[in-house]
Write a protein that binds this ligand. Structure first.
Ligand code: SAM
Length: 312
């Protein structure tokens, strides 16, 4: 990295407030996105808080120890290289969970919290016992990343079991670590598997489950070049690029869904706003056993979630 004009590490006397002002200005000058948030998350993290507002005012106005100042400078240098702040502080909150974050595993986005809410709204009633009870209590997640969706569902529904798979070994390892540290590993099976290449193994592992959820790679390949450096340089492109029409993994999920789901089982997908009509048409033409149930919008009112059902 070009080191000119980088704020020198002050030896004595600087406060956290002053460090925030120095780095906010520097991030702005260098075009780092969300300069304010970035430095605030870094300082809060180094003082063991979630946000700056959660810190006592004195912590911000007393002189920093040399060690603390060094830590701030180290993390800010990482942010200056455009590393997302979630990777810099190595954790991020998703719903009521704090998840470990590590490049290149996809950082969960706020819309995905809404996808989880949609699934939870349908799964709120615990299935009874008897024939098929195991399947009715089981959900498959395709592309678990850090484990955000699977672990949220498990945390909210103590009766649920989840099978999570991902083509990335880094993602599988991170989901496993997060499950362990959140005490949710006993009801979670995690597999390093590619739904396109390993479809036979996927089918042998999970058939007759009630729910299939996925936030798959869905960007149109041509849109990949316009991504922010944070995303392009640090996140796994296989987590983002859904092929020329963004539907490469989605088509495979829909093709396998009737073999994976119980009757009346549902598929919940997070997609690009251009996708819902394409998915509706494609499913009608290619997967007879699936009914398109509805499209739901996200908090910015864009059509982002598709729900389909096996049978009627
Ligand atoms: C957009 S990320 C979502 C991660 C996580 N579920 C979340 O919402 O934060 C998509 C994930 O799907 C995985 N993936 C991509 N192609 C896949 C495939 N063919 N089979 C299985 N997983 C795949 C990626 O490795 C990535 O972790």
């Amino acid at each position: 990295m070009h080191m000119c004009n980088v704020p020198a590490l002050p030896i004595v006397g600087i406060t956290a407030c002053q460090a925030m002002a120095v780095w906010k200005r520097h991030f702005e000058e260098k075009g780092v996105t969300e300069p304010d948030h970035s430095i605030q998350y870094i300082i809060a993290h180094l003082f063991g808080a979630k946000t700056i507002d959660g810190l006592e005012q004195e912590r911000l106005t007393e002189p920093l120890s040399h060690q603390k100042a060094e830590q701030i400078w180290k993390l800010c240098f990482q942010r200056l290289s455009r590393m997302p702040v979630q990777y810099v502080i190595e954790e991020w909150d998703f719903r009521d969970l704090t998840l470990k974050m590590r490049p290149p595993v996809f950082i969960p986005r706020p819309e995905t919290e809404e996808l989880v809410e949609l699934v939870l709204a349908d799964l709120k009633v615990k299935p009874g016992n008897g024939v098929g009870a195991e399947g009715r209590r089981t959900c498959l997640e395709v592309g678990c990343g850090s484990g955000a969706i699977s672990l949220s569902l498990l945390k909210s529904l103590p009766w649920l079991r989840v099978i999570a798979l991902d083509q990335s070994k880094d993602a599988v390892n991170l989901t496993r670590e997060n499950a362990l540290s959140l005490g949710l590993k006993d009801r979670l099976q995690i597999h390093h598997m590619d739904i396109v290449k390993d479809s036979d193994t996927v089918l042998s592992l999970c058939n007759q489950v009630s729910t299939l959820v996925s936030n798959p790679p869905y960007l149109f390949s041509e849109d990949m070049t316009s991504l922010e450096p944070e995303v392009l340089r640090f996140e796994d492109h296989a987590a983002l690029d859904g092929g020329s029409d963004g539907l490469r993994v989605i088509r495979q999920i829909l093709t396998l869904a009737p073999k994976i789901l119980l009757n009346s089982g549902r598929v919940y997908l997070e997609v690009d706003p251009r996708h819902p009509p394409l998915i509706r048409r494609w499913a009608q033409e290619h997967v007879e056993e699936l009914q398109y149930v509805e499209t739901r919008v996200d908090f910015t009112n864009r059509p982002r979630f598709c729900i389909l059902q096996k049978g009627r």
